[in-house]
Design a binder for this molecule. Structure first.
Ligand SMILES: [Zn+2]
Length: 346
């Protein structure tokens, strides 16, 4: 229960003072320690939290700040060339919570009070379980798809539509390229369409799939399609599926697969809600399979966490904060507010 509210802040039930600030990155300070959330570069804070191994959330620490990350994030970051040395998963006052975004992704609850989501999904997909969030006083939430037009199709519906498409292509001996981010989406695609075959992997996807298998995810062990003459030999017998990183249909990897083999290219991303996406990316089909919350799920997350203050980050941060205010929350976008103290708990 909150006992008092003053000009400078709120007294929490724990009586601890916590500040959240944003100065080129999100910093949380308690009486005892400072904590940088997904810093872009080595931080001087006592702790640096790395929520997951996507490039825009990972950094190369310099040893001055203790890294907090899941063991899966450490392993996946290493495949990408980042050494999150001596990372810890446990620390007094800090709880890591599954974020449901990709393997190893975590949200963080600080002093039972401030909850930072990192990238977040509340929906079950393939081998990934969605997360509901946690009750908190202050919520710092990602709002990548925080505008009403981004409401995603059910995963089962997408899988059955794409399976029909693959069946049609295979019936005509036409190969298929499935594209998505090489970490996360590509493994999900591999898992969801694992009953088709043969499936070959782009090298970047191969490395990440192997890392997932090492970490205990039940993905089929598949071959890389390689490049050059190896690729020509592997792909000679049609039809096949290649899982490749998200890119334009005109990219140096995908264009030859279309030109030489007549492959149909199917992209998977939340941005595919926009009907022009497939055309703009030069792919044949696009499906809104996302590893983030959609608009409705973001609203649900805010309601579930039931905080007294919400800061929005990423994507439609300003627009979503306005929507939250309309729903009766005290909300504002965090990015762009350059001041030392946004929230004080005295
Ligand atoms: Zn991410």
């Amino acid at each position: 229960m909150k006992e008092a509210k003053t000009q400078s802040g709120i007294i929490t039930r724990h009586g601890k003072r916590i500040t959240v600030s944003h100065r080129g990155g999100i910093l949380v300070k308690t009486g005892g320690y400072s904590l940088a959330l997904d810093p872009k570069r080595a931080s001087k804070s006592d702790f640096s939290f790395v929520s997951h191994a996507h490039i825009d959330h990972v950094h190369s620490p310099d040893g001055n700040s203790k890294v907090i990350a899941s063991k899966e994030t450490v392993a996946l970051a290493e495949v990408r060339g980042y050494r999150l040395r001596d990372a810890i998963e446990q620390q007094g006052g800090i709880d890591l919570v599954d974020a449901g975004h990709i393997l190893g992704s975590r949200a963080i609850l600080i002093e039972d009070s401030v909850f930072y989501t990192g990238d977040f999904s509340s929906r079950d997909r393939g081998f990934l379980r969605g997360s509901p969030g946690v009750k908190c006083d202050t919520l710092i939430m990602e709002t990548t798809y925080g505008t009403p037009r981004y409401v995603f199709t059910d995963t089962e519906k997408i899988v059955s539509r794409v399976s029909r498409l693959i069946a049609e292509c295979f019936h005509n001996c036409r190969p298929v390229v499935l594209t998505g981010y090489p970490l996360g989406k590509a493994q999900l695609i591999t898992y969801l369409f694992r009953n088709w075959g043969p499936i070959y992997l782009h090298d970047a996807v191969f490395d990440m799939n192997e890392a997932h298998i090492e970490l205990g995810i039940e993905l089929p062990r598949l071959e890389s399609c390689g490049v050059g003459s190896k690729q020509a030999a592997v792909l000679k017998r049609r039809p096949w599926i290649v899982v490749a990183p998200a890119s334009s249909g005109r990219s140096h990897f995908i264009k030859p697969l279309r030109d030489n083999y007549g492959a149909a290219v199917i992209a998977f991303t939340g941005w595919a809600v926009d009907p022009r996406y497939a055309y703009m990316m030069g792919v044949d089909y696009a499906f809104d399979l996302s590893d983030h919350c959609d608009f409705k799920e973001l609203v649900q997350l805010a309601k579930y966490c039931n905080p007294s203050k919400i800061y929005t980050v990423h994507g439609f941060a300003a627009e979503f904060a306005e929507h939250l205010k309309f729903l009766g929350f005290d909300a504002e976008p965090l990015e762009g507010i350059e001041q030392s103290t946004l929230t004080s708990y005295a």
